[in-house]
Every structure is written in C-alpha cells, then in structure tokens.
Ligand binder design. Sequence first.
Ligand code: A3P
Length: 322
Amino acid sequence: SAVSERPLEEHADMVSSLPCHTITGVSSLKLCCYQGFWIPESWAAATAAMQRHFEPRLDDVIVSSLPKCGTTWLVALTFATMVRRVYPPGAADHPLRRLNPHQCLPFMEGLFATRRQGKLEGLPSPRLMNTHMPLQMIPHAIAAPGGGRGCRVIYICREPKDMAVSTWHYFRRAFPELAFSDVVDLLCDGTMLCGPFWDHILGYWRASAASPGSVLFLRYEQLLLDPADGVRRLARFLGLPFSADEETDGIVRGIVELCSLRTLSAMEPNRTGYVVPRLKLPRQALFRKGMAGDWKNHMTPEMACRMDSIVADRFHTTGLTF
Ligand code: A3P
C-alpha cells in the first residue's frame, strides 16, 4: 500500500513535534521523547513505522537490551545456539569468525530507519533480530492476534551503575568531551538513550513474570558467573534444548568459548570497522572489560548513592533487586 511504501514520511509531523535534547559533547546524537522514552531522533519515525508494520511470526526470536548491557554477548550466544546444527561452535567457517556479532542479525529499528524493513519480511523463519526498544513500544511483538504467544524475546539486564560506566567508555571513543558525570545525570533523569532505564527494564521484567514462555529475563552478572547455565536456559527457552550427545560433545562449552570476550575481541571482524559509521564508533569499543562492579573504579560515593536510591525507589515493589 501507499502507506507502507512511505513508512517514515507518514510520521514526519509527529517527529517534528516531539520534545528533544542533545547530550552535551555529543551534538550528533539528538534524543527525542517518543511515548515516554528518549530515543535517537532518527529512530522515532522508524519506531512508529515498526509499531505499525512489523509483523511478528510465532517462531521469531528477538534479543533486546538497553545499550551497554551485554547486547553483543547475548546476540552472539543466541545466534551460536540457534545455528549450532549447521555451524557447530568449532567450525572453521563459523559466521562469528567472519563477522561482527551485529552483522549476524538485523537490528530492527536500524532497518526501519533506513527503509530496509523489507529485508525483515524476506528473512526465512525462524528469524533472529535485535532491538533496543522498550517492550511498551512493541507490545504486539509478544502477543499474537487472538491472545496467543507471539515472538520469543530474550532480554539482558545489567547493574545500572556498570551500565553507566560502560556507556561513558563507549561514547567517549567517538566523543572525547563527554563527561562521566553528565552520563550519570542523564541516566538519573531518565533522559539517556532509551531511558528511563527503570521503565525499560521493568517492561521486560513484568512481561517475563506474566508470560515466562514469551520473555526470558537474563542478568549480565549471572551470565558472567555461569555462562554455560545461561546458554542452556536460553536454548530451553527457544525450544532447542541441548541433547545428551551435544552435552557430551562439549557443544555448550564450545559456544561459551566462541562467544567469550577474549575470543570475540581477538577476532579480525571485531578489531576493525565501525558499529555506527556515522558516529565513528569502532567495533573494538564493543569489547572492553566485561566485568561486574567496574563502577567502583569510576563513581564518587555520591554518584553511586544517587543511582542506588533511584534503583531502590523504582524497583522496591517489583521483586527485582540489583
Ligand atoms: P564494559 O564496558 O563494562 O566492559 P553492549 O554489547 O550492550 O554494547 O555491551 C557492552 C558491554 O558488554 C561492555 O562492558 C563489554 O565489554 C561487554 N561485553 C562485550 N562482549 C562481551 C562478552 N563476550 N562477554 C562478556 N562481556 C562482554
């Protein structure tokens, strides 16, 4: 239809009326408040188009996260788990040895923002894709018409103070003037990328409690402690549990090893090129320390206290603790 051929233009007026702000030192990244969340201006029309035109399939798998919470790792683990019958983790020609993990699957809002959403429709099932959108914006992704289960969503959540540190390290690769205290302020105000972070996390947390077959809620810190357990959980969630033979053959261990920070960060496709060419963010910046508690090396006690009290305030009735 004429509408779906012009999915971005039909939202131009709406986008121009949104409240916006620019992060100090990051002038090329303008954020707009769309339906209660601060997203890049270039994603606003894309998100509206996605809300209208994305057609979930029952066997779709969506990896979702706030930026800097372990997206790349979860993408790699999920991809390696789903393709393991065709590409066992030890295969010399494994896509993860040739490509950056983000090149192994489509980024949903990125496709809609660049008018390539047709690519999603053309993908064979089961599709694997990722998004940074809050679930509140794409509720139809997990509920099929008639009330049944829609896509399967795997969400990764990270300790917010570590997310703050990781966010700053990442963006300062392209924007050296970005101040850490500004990142903390923006996160606390809820106006950082994809924020408020508490609403983003809670949307997925509540959906995973209400529909555990639709949303798997993973924690970055738990994955660090026992990645093999995380891989088994996600395989079961996808309806692709590891067989006894696969366990004996060390497939789980192989996936964990292939997707480890050490292995991935040493690979050629992850040492060169850009994640976002326009912003000159190098792929190398996706792999840093990969630890829990790095906030202790960066935050003043006041900053940590401020973030902790926001977290306590927003989460105390939810059953989610950090
Ligand atoms: P740090 O900056 O704290 O080191 P995202 O992929 O969402 O952008 O998240 C990036 C964070 O995940 C970075 O955290 C990065 O080091 C970490 N990370 C990337 N690959 C990882 C892996 N294979 N295992 C564990 N952590 C990883």
